[in-house]
Design a protein around this ligand. Structure first.
Ligand code: COA
Length: 702
């Protein structure tokens, strides 16, 4: 555990620099909150004009305090912050929370950098600036200007928005989602999400880390720490509209957007992404209180057929479709329900079910090895008491003898149900007021388990690649002053990463074209190579299916004429002669260098699927072949690859190999490749491989 971060989040003493005697001021509020929330360690208000504040002796300067100080909370105006940070450094303070606003968020990056560099000079770390402060139930510490600590619990919230943190602090009581810590990180000038994930992973009072994110500064570090984290992380990402699309030069660039890349990065790093604030609270409740779900067998026990159906629908919607329970499970459950109940799944113990039905049914089901996760639903009835049902559910799980699998509950009814739900949550059972939410919570626990299974894998690194050769080709193009490769060069780079490109060579003369066509083997395709003609087909500068030397001679003449008609002074390097691949299913593979997460791979089906439907998916590079196979299932049209309507499945394994190698190429060459496309890539029948027909690489600006 980082001792400096620990000093800010669990300080043994706190100075408040800018503490005030004026109850209207933030500097007063922080001292008042520390006092009122029961912080037990010494508090030293610092203010040049006051003797004491709220019973604490006040010092004119932090350097005047004759005791050791772990952390300082800063509430002086921005222009005084550098000076007081230096004082704190000289005093030997370990870490700082800077509440003050007026730094990079209003454009004053220089002031912010100055403050960080002074802090680092003294080995101090900073949370903030521009924050509400830090709250921790386990230390009764409210070092913030929001009035009270959150409902006590096992989650930790790290929020980039201060206002939202204040609102969530209050909402923890109405939502009944408990947090041990709430940390406002503001501008992340120094400590960022990655640092706090690493810290909270080792914090004994945290079981689940909840993040409210507007932007991540260093995507690679975020992913690295999230991957290392053994506790569930849930993130709500604000600002999901696409950005930068218009400026993007390649096809992939226009399809990428920060939202999709964030989504991919979260999934790859094992972070559950919340849809909205409600979902963030609901999922936090489940992830904080329950273990992950190790298999797909979800069993639903209900006293109401209707809510059972709603839960069944939700199970399918959230990726956990119900299966009938095995016969032995059904036979045992039947013993605890009237003859008109149903023991299949959902298990309907019927409206007449009382304590015994819930107790025995849940106890047996929870303990049975077939069941990986249990949803228990209850509709309030006139013959049952919700509190007694809640206790029966709790006791049945406690007494089942089983552990390590999740349960989620839904109570639907009035005030008595509300009270019973509160009781269940206090006993660590996530309970919701709608059946779909209980099922969704279990689906999140299942997804979390699946993500954790792959997120810890070592990064993919193939051995059958020749990065040096690719760099030589790129260097030669740069030497000619180009910032994009011509197709022939791009294909050679692809080939260096063992991508199955169709052979393509540059012919400078008609005779060379004939020679190359014979080497490659007929039929061939010919295209103009000119920096002035980017849309070759529009210019009539592509000829396909050339079967003989005469065809090549004719094509040379026609392409040359058309090109000069298109642009009379076009600079012409020659013509690309390439093997004509037989046609089959077209896909597109491409990449962008995302400003947050770096090289990012895109995949989709070609033609209308990509142009009109924008049916594409992203992964932060590199990815291994398993991830590449999963990636193929993520697009809506994935059935086409799997063999829709009796067609033979496509060679998904070979495609996975291409995706994985491509991802490694863009990762390895991240300093060189800004954007790239392989469009189209032809995927043949299973076992018959893949051909990369066209290649495009746009270089980074140097
Ligand atoms: N050492 C110690 N105390 C100092 C000081 C120094 N070098 N310089 C000033 N002070 C004292 C002041 O005398 C004052 O105390 P007083 O009321 O007893 O006179 C106190 O620090 C605060 O200074 P003041 O000038 O009154 O500022 P303020 O309270 O109006 O505002 C901030 C200070 C930090 C609250 C304000 O600048 C700010 O940033 N507000 C926004 C904070 C925020 O919303 N953050 C979260 C965003 S999500």
């Amino acid at each position: 555990m980082d001792p400096i971060i620990n000093a800010v989040l669990k300080p043994k003493s706190i100075a408040v620099i800018g503490a005030s005697t004026n109850p209207e001021k933030i500097g007063y509020k922080v001292v008042e909150n520390l006092k009122n929330c029961g912080y037990q360690n010494p508090v030293y208000p610092i203010n040049p004009g006051a003797e004491e504040i709220l019973g604490y002796k006040c010092y004119p300067n932090i350097k005047d305090v004759p005791y050791v100080i772990d952390a300082a909370v800063i509430t002086v105006p921005a222009k005084f912050v550098p000076e007081v940070v230096r004082d704190a450094g000289e005093k030997g303070v370990k870490g700082l929370s800077i509440i003050t606003s007026g730094f990079s968020e209003v454009g004053d990056v220089a002031l912010e950098n100055e403050v960080v560099s002074i802090a680092h000079e003294y080995g101090m770390r900073i949370i903030g600036p521009n924050i509400i402060g830090v709250l921790s139930n386990s230390d009764n510490m409210n070092a913030s200007f929001t009035n009270f600590l959150p409902l006590d619990g096992k989650a930790a919230l790290v929020s980039q928005s201060g206002a939202l943190l204040i609102a969530m602090d209050a909402a923890t009581y109405t939502r009944r989602v408990g947090f041990d810590k709430m940390i406002s990180i503001g501008n992340q000038a120094d400590l960022d999400f990655a640092d706090l994930i690493a810290y909270l992973n080792e914090d004994e009072n945290t079981t689940c880390i909840t993040l409210y994110i507007e932007g991540i500064k260093n995507g690679a570090r975020f992913m690295e720490e999230a991957r290392k984290c053994t506790k569930p992380i849930i993130a709500l990402k604000a600002g999901t509209s696409a950005h930068g699309a218009a400026a993007a030069a390649s096809h992939t660039g226009s399809l990428a957007g920060s939202a999709k890349v964030y989504e991919a990065a979260f999934q790859q790093a094992g972070v559950s992404q919340a849809e909205d604030l409600n979902d963030m609270f609901d999922t936090t409740l489940a992830l904080a209180l329950q273990p992950t779900m190790k298999g797909d067998n979800l069993l639903i026990v209900t006293n109401g057929g209707g809510v059972g159906v709603l839960a069944t629908d939700a199970a399918e919607k959230y990726g956990l479709p119900l299966k009938f329970a095995p016969e032995e499970v059904q036979a045992e459950l039947r013993k605890h329900m009237p003859s008109f109940g149903s023991a299949k799944n959902p298990v309907d113990i019927t409206g007449g079910a009382g304590l015994e039905g819930y107790y025995e049914g849940v106890k047996y089901a929870y303990a049975h090895p077939w069941v990986d996760g249990l949803a228990v639903l209850y509709c309030e009835t006139s013959v049952t008491n919700p509190q007694e049902i809640a206790e029966a559910i709790y006791n049945s799980i406690q007494e089942s003898g089983a552990t390590g699998k999740p349960v989620a509950v839904s109570f639907i009814g009035g005030e008595r149900c509300e009270a019973a739900m509160k009781w269940l949550i206090e006993h660590d059972i996530p309970t919701y007021n709608a059946p779909d939410l209980a099922v969704k919570a279990l689906a999140s626990l299942r997804k979390q388990n699946e993500m954790l299974a792959t997120s810890h894998n070592a990064p993919y690194k193939p051995t059958d690649v020749d990065g040096a050769k690719a760099r030589e080709i790129i260097a030669a193009a740069r030497a000619k002053g180009r910032d994009a490769l011509i197709e022939v060069e791009a294909k050679h780079v692809f080939a260096a990463y063992n991508l199955p490109v169709t052979p393509t060579e540059l012919a400078k003369t008609e005779e060379e074209a004939i020679q190359l066509a014979n080497q490659i083997g007929y039929p061939v395709v010919m295209k103009i190579v000119s920096p002035d003609i980017l849309h070759k087909s529009d210019a009539g500068a592509v000829k396909v299916n050339l079967k003989s030397d005469d065809d090549v001679r004719n094509a040379w003449k026609v392409i040359m004429e058309n090109s000069l008609k298109y642009k009379a002074d076009a600079e012409i390097d020659g013509m690309a002669v390439q093997q004509m691949a037989p046609w089959s299913t077209e896909v597109i593979v491409g990449s962008v260098n995302d400003s947050t997460f770096g090289p990012t791979l895109m995949f989709g089906l070609g033609g209308i699927f990509v142009e009109v439907m924008k049916d594409v998916t992203f992964k932060v590079a590199p990815i291994d072949e398993n991830t590449a196979l999963n990636m193929q299932s993520e697009i809506k049209a994935s059935k086409i690859l799997k063999g829709a309507r009796g067609e033979t499945p496509r060679d998904q394994k070979a495609l996975a190999n291409v995706l994985a190698h491509y991802s490694y190429m863009i990762y390895d060459l991240k300093d060189e490749i800004a954007e790239s496309d392989a469009n189209p890539v032809i995927v043949y029948e299973d076992g018959k491989g893949v051909a990369v027909v066209d290649a495009r690489i746009i270089l980074t600006k140097k």
